[in-house]
Each structure stands twice: as C-alpha cells, then as structure tokens.
Design a protein around this ligand. Sequence first.
Ligand SMILES: Cc1cc2nc3c(=O)[nH]c(=O)nc-3n(C[C@H](O)[C@H](O)[C@H](O)COP(=O)(O)OP(=O)(O)OC[C@H]3O[C@@H](n4cnc5c(N)ncnc54)[C@H](O)[C@@H]3O)c2cc1C
Length: 246
Amino acid sequence: MKPVEPAVTLVRMSPDADELIASAAKLCYAGDTSEILRQDPQRAGDFVRMLKKIGHLSPIEHAVFTFYIEGVSRAMTHQLVRHRIASFSQRSQRYVGHADFDYVVPPRLRGRRVRVGDKEIDAVEYFRQTMELIADRYRSLNEALGDEGESSHEDARYVLPNACETKIFVTMNARELLHFFEERLCQRAQWEIRTVAEKMLSLIRGSCPAIFETAGPKCVRLGGCPEGKMTCGRFSEVRARYAPGG
Ligand SMILES: Cc1cc2nc3c(=O)[nH]c(=O)nc-3n(C[C@H](O)[C@H](O)[C@H](O)COP(=O)(O)OP(=O)(O)OC[C@H]3O[C@@H](n4cnc5c(N)ncnc54)[C@H](O)[C@@H]3O)c2cc1C
C-alpha cells in the first residue's frame, strides 16, 4: 500500500485529425467527392478553426482520443464517468482483489493536525493509518466471505474508501473533450479531476492546435464567469492561463 498521484497517458488519437474533420465537413456540400479524402494540413487546420468559430461542431466528433488514467481515486472517477458522451473501461473491484490497495491523499491535508483524544497527530499520517485499518478490515471480511475471489471481493469491497486507487481507460471525441475541459478546468471543479483534465489537455493541445488551442474553462469562451456569487473571482488570471497567447 502506498500513496499515489494522477498519471495520464495518451494511448491513441485519430491520426491527421484536422484533415479527417475537414474531409467529413466538406463532404456535406461536395458535388465532386474525388478529392474529399485529400486535405492540405495547413488549410485543414484553418478550416477546423472556422468550424469552431461558427459553431458547426458535429464534424469535430470524428476525431477521437483515448487516455489511460491511473493513480487516481474512486472519488475522481465517479465524477469522470458522469460524462456520458465518453467510453470507459475501469479496473474492477470484483475481479481484482484490493487487500493492498494504493490510495490518493488530498494535498490539503499536508501540514495539518488531527485531534485524537488529548493528542494531535499529523493529518497525512492519520490518513495513512486509516487506509491501513480499512485494508485490514477488507482482508478480514474477504476471509470471512471465503476468500473465493470475485464472489468475496464483490462484498468485501464495500468497506473500501473513496481514496482507493483505480485505473481507467477513457475515450472521448474532440467535441466532448472541449466540453469536458470547459467543466473540469473551472477553478470550482474538484482538484483531482481538474489535475487530470490539465494533464489530458497538455497531452493533446500541441498535436491538435486547431482543435484545442482555445480549450479551457467555459469562462474563457464566454468572456466571463457565469457562476454568479460562486465565481472563483480569478477570471483575468484564468483567461491569461488558457486563452490563446495567454
Ligand atoms: C463544479 C461541478 C460541480 C458538480 N456538482 C455536482 C453535484 O453536486 N451533483 C451531481 O449530481 N453532479 C454534479 N456535477 C456533475 C454535473 O452535473 C454533470 O453530470 C457533469 O459535469 C457532466 O456534464 P454534462 O452532463 O454536461 O456532460 P456530458 O454527460 O459529458 O454530456 C455532454 C453534453 O451532451 C448533452 N447531453 C448528454 N446527455 C444528455 C441527455 N441525456 N439529454 C440531453 N442532453 C444530453 C448535454 O448538452 C451535455 O452538456 C458537477 C460538475 C461540476 C463541473
């Protein structure tokens, strides 16, 4: 058992995504289709920018991206899988035993103290002890359930914490990714999914600039925060971070 941190790998992406999108979009009004699969990369990039500007977004759905995400908590993936226009494959807590699960420690616990009776102990150490205790209980329950693999794991896992490390494959198309970034790069999004979203964007922004150069939290596209009183109050800083040239 050990503490872990988010790691994101770009497994696959549609090759020549700009040309692919341009081919698909231009087909819509092509009388002569003989050259439809041959698109100049530079012009295709400009064409994708134009599609985004006018809001003709369905052609960008043809470009898809697959990520392998590990070192993340179940708390994070519970939020991730709410994004319905995506495909997921997640390591099972039924097929895979979790007697020695790794776990994610919220960084804000660092430097804090927890009162236990008349003593105070380091919050990260307290967290670690809690994970060890839960793992111990998991092992005991798994044994009580007959240690039969899948049929024991599926009930013993009920004591596993939100912090339990998990691994997940996710595939999203470019349109869904832009939406995902708008929601999850917002400063109000939870820190772990925001960290994962940051890593995902950094893996694809350089290779598909026409699609992702404007990607960021929705305030950047809207020109201001729509959250009213719940705003983070840092629009200028956020825009400088994500806006093209920012
Ligand atoms: C800061 C933050 C706080 C949150 N807090 C909570 C919370 O307290 N409780 C909670 O339950 N959730 C919460 N969520 C999750 C949120 O409500 C959404 O479930 C999640 O962000 C997925 O967004 P989505 O539905 O827009 O996107 P996706 O599922 O990725 O879908 C993309 C888009 O497709 C369209 N679409 C998809 N499915 C349908 C459909 N069935 N019908 C019509 N249109 C559809 C919509 O336009 C949608 O925006 C929170 C999210 C954020 C970012």
